[in-house]
Design a protein. Structure first.
Length: 118
């Protein structure tokens, strides 16, 4: 599967930009958002092969965004990021259609392996 266009939704700006730079260097086209509303605006005007969603955002949670993506574009793969210990949230995300989840703190190289495995 071609996963060239990625949406990252992460409210920690430094971490978000770190992931964006890392994935761009690995030949992905990446757009990012720091809030759910901003992500939904990007989804209105773009189609993504993959979305990497933080669960905890200032204005909504990652599962809300996941549902919007799956309602619009069912081919988009979803990775949900949760803090270590949030396995219940991760299980809910998978039941809602997430393809994978990763626990924070995230090692970018390990995230790249998850992406390649989708």
């Amino acid at each position: 599967m071609n996963k060239n266009k990625i949406l990252i939704v992460e409210d920690d700006i430094v971490f978000c930009k770190l992931l964006t730079r890392f994935l761009t260097k690995n030949d992905f086209q990446v757009l990012d958002a720091q809030a759910g509303k901003e992500a939904l605006n990007l989804l209105e005007s773009n189609s993504f092969d993959l979305a990497i969603l933080d669960y905890r955002l200032p204005d909504m949670n990652g599962i809300d965004i996941l549902k919007k993506i799956k309602g619009k574009e069912n081919n988009t793969k979803i990775i949900l990021m949760t803090r270590y210990g949030d396995e219940g949230i991760a299980n809910k995300a998978v039941s809602e259609g997430a393809d994978a989840f990763v626990s924070k703190p995230i090692n970018p190289t390990e995230l790249l392996e998850v992406i390649k495995g989708l």
